[in-house]
Design a protein around this ligand. Structure first.
Ligand SMILES: O=C(O)CCc1cccc(O)c1O
Ligand SMILES: [Fe+2]
Length: 314
């Protein structure tokens, strides 16, 4: 008899609280987050596996693993998120890394991982900050091709994590943070400006001024998207619906057949963040599961196809 297990998929947007949105949109979003919080607290996890992306705050092109487990982790505190140490379950993180290596799933390990809002916003929304139950943070590269893990591999990682968890007594919550469709202004190495290419290549802490300028640039992009600026990739609620439905109904065989190109073309470059949900979801059985929260709204001001999905073993 394995311990109960739960999955929470939740988009993030660091523009929440920065860019203005209508009262109705804000209420509906806050209500969904409040429901997620209530259901997570009721589940009362003894261990959290948090799969999140990074936006050139912790991982850079000089060394970009497809996945990385952190045995210790610090939040940089970008946008409105809290800085500081995550409550990392070091022993569980190392045991997971050991098991994955033993099972032929070679995985990177960071003894001092730096994370950004891709991890901290979920913890902040659910627990009010970084004072949380013990967490195993797993980074997923969602910005730097060709090193972004393919859908198939993300599912395999989730399954391998699931096998590891089968041997643990802890009630475990798996969180995927990010997605769904969206394309915020995250630079790539195709950028014409060598200074920008350098900034996303070499690991260096940004100055306050650089951080402020980036925040402003991303805020402006959100307002441009909301205004229908044709240089911005639109959100794709239909893609988001298909993605969420596939996870909810355990249709992972079909989901991993989607082409990598179609993710970027239909849902935007940062839609690869949605793979955090797939890793987390694949650590649960395909069925039977109870889904008690399925919320979606597209919020262009926040550059977010904003979804929340919560399920647990029956
Ligand atoms: O800081 C960045 O580079 C990107 C910020 C950002 C904006 C909207 C949605 C996101 O998921 C996101 O991460
Ligand atoms: Fe993101």
């Amino acid at each position: 008899m394995t311990a109960p297990r739960a999955f929470l998929g939740m988009s993030h947007s660091p523009l929440l609280g920065l860019n203005p949105i209508s009262a109705e949109v804000e209420q509906s979003l806050n209500a969904a987050v409040a429901q997620a919080r209530q259901q997570v607290l009721a589940f009362d996890p003894e261990l959290i596996v948090l799969v999140g992306p990074d936006h050139y705050n912790g991982f850079f092109n000089e060394l970009m693993p497809p996945f990385c487990i952190g045995s210790a982790a610090t939040s940089v505190g970008d946008y409105l998120t809290p800085p500081g140490e995550l409550n990392v379950a070091t022993d569980a993180a190392l045991a997971l890394a050991t098991r994955l290596m033993d099972d032929d799933f070679d995985i990177a390990l960071s003894r001092r991982m730096q994370v950004d809002h891709g991890f901290s916003q979920a913890l902040q929304f659910l627990w009010g900050g970084l004072d949380t139950p013990p967490v195993v943070p797993i980074f997923l590269n969602a910005v730097a091709q060709p090193g972004i893990a393919r859908l198939r591999r993300c599912r395999q990682l989730g399954q391998a994590i699931g096998h590891f968890l089968d041997g643990l007594p802890q009630r475990t919550l798996l969180i995927g943070s990010g997605g769904l469709s969206h394309e915020p202004p995250v630079p790539t190495l195709a950028h014409p400006d060598p200074a920008i290419r350098e900034r996303i290549t070499i690991k260096r802490e940004p100055t306050q001024a650089e951080r402020a300028a980036k925040t402003q640039r991303v805020m402006d992009a959100g307002m441009a998207l909301a205004a229908g600026d044709s240089s911005m990739k639109p959100l794709n609620p239909d893609w988001d619906k298909r993605y969420m439905d596939a996870l909810e109904h355990g249709q992972l065989d079909a989901l991993v057949q989607w082409t990598e190109d179609s993710i970027e073309q239909e849902a935007g470059l940062s839609a690869h963040e949605s793979k955090t949900w797939l890793v987390a979801r694949a650590a649960l059985p395909q069925a039977p599961l109870r889904c008690t929260l399925h919320h979606y709204q597209a919020v262009p001001e926040l550059i977010a196809g904003y979804g929340v999905l919560f399920m647990q073993t029956a």
